[in-house]
Design a protein around this ligand. Structure first.
Ligand SMILES: [Zn+2]
Ligand SMILES: [Zn+2]
Length: 323
């Protein structure tokens, strides 16, 4: 791979799935895996990205639209997943069916699983296609129903898990990552500033409002991916039940076009070459409303060289941005 390159490709953005590929130097990172593995790979290929070269997945928070294809993708590629501990635990809880079990039952289940693993290890494995359903290269004997081991296989298993903490910078290969806390109704949600080759990329979606710390983090960027989730009037008059509307509008919900515009107009330093509006609601927003609102806020600061405004899409990847 080329060195000295920074590339940013939004594969999907919105309440049905979020995922972005960030390449810095020789390192390629998937930020969130909110589509099925198959669809993620399809979109990477469409965008000219080779899935086989991904080095790691970093996760913002455990909501389904950010983790849908996480386990399958990580397993298929054999790459580590970076979480905060709170997000990892919440994700595991989400995947683990809730059932009350006595200690004796638990012990019995563990022994069964161990025995099944042993039995499976003893089988002379034929080469088979990995099962697209769960994406694990699980050896299954031909024309045989799923083994007990496969059925009881831990859905939370990942090739490797790494923890990071909001406020503590960490490194994956050539990319430096600064995670910061965002106000959102998840266990321990974060946004990221990622830096490689002197280029700084900011990612902030799924936040109820722009906190002072978030404002501080989103300065001096070359690219800003920022949520512009809903139009307030469309949300109010739209199809969601009142409780959901309240949740979306709350301090731990999502940024409205107005809130995003207010940040862009009053707090943002105007330095980025690209501003990408993201996580647009399909029910409660229109791309043109989001665009007009942001354009108005950026005003005369938009030019061919700075603050080029792009809109991330739900159903197709956005053309890569290069630095
Ligand atoms: Zn989301
Ligand atoms: Zn969320």
């Amino acid at each position: 791979m080329l060195t000295g390159m920074v590339r940013f490709t939004v594969l999907a953005s919105g309440s049905k799935g979020n995922s972005t590929v960030v390449t810095g130097g020789r390192t390629r990172i998937l930020v969130d895996a909110g589509l099925s593995c198959r669809e993620l790979f399809r979109r990477m290929k469409l965008a000219g990205e080779d899935p086989g070269t991904l080095d790691a997945i970093v996760v913002t928070h455990e909501h389904q639209d950010h983790v849908n294809g996480l386990a399958v993708t990580a397993r298929k590629l054999g790459i580590p997943v970076y979480f905060t501990e709170g997000t990892h635990r919440a994700w595991m809880r989400w995947l683990t069916p809730r059932r009350q079990m006595t200690y004796a039952q638990w012990l019995e289940q563990c022994q069964k699983q161990a025995a099944a693993r042993q039995a499976e290890a003893d089988v002379d494995e034929p080469e088979g296609e990995p099962d697209e359903g769960d994406g694990v290269a699980q050896p299954t004997a031909a024309a045989q129903p799923q083994t007990e081991a496969a059925m009881t296989k831990d859905p939370t298993w990942l090739p490797a898990v790494e923890y990071f903490e909001a406020g503590k910078t960490f490194q994956i290969g050539d990319v430096t990552i600064q995670p910061f806390t965002i106000p959102h109704d998840a266990a321990d949600p974060v946004g990221f500033v990622m830096e490689a080759e002197g280029v700084k990329l900011g990612v902030a979606t799924d936040l109820g409002y722009v906190t002072p710390n978030v404002k501080a983090k989103l300065q001096g960027l070359h690219l800003l991916l920022l949520e512009s989730n809903h139009d307030l009037e469309m949300l109010r008059d739209g199809p969601y039940p009142w409780s959901v509307k309240q949740r979306v509008m709350s301090r731990v919900g999502h940024l409205s076009n107005d809130a995003t515009a207010e940040f862009l107009e009053k707090e943002y330093d105007g330095q980025a070459a690209y501003v990408i509006l993201a996580h647009l609601s399909e029910s409660n927003n229109l791309p043109e409303l989001a665009r007009i609102s942001a354009e108005r806020a950026l005003g005369a600061r938009t030019s061919l060289l700075s603050n080029r405004l792009l809109l991330a899409e739900q159903h197709q990847p956005l053309s890569s941005v290069y630095f």
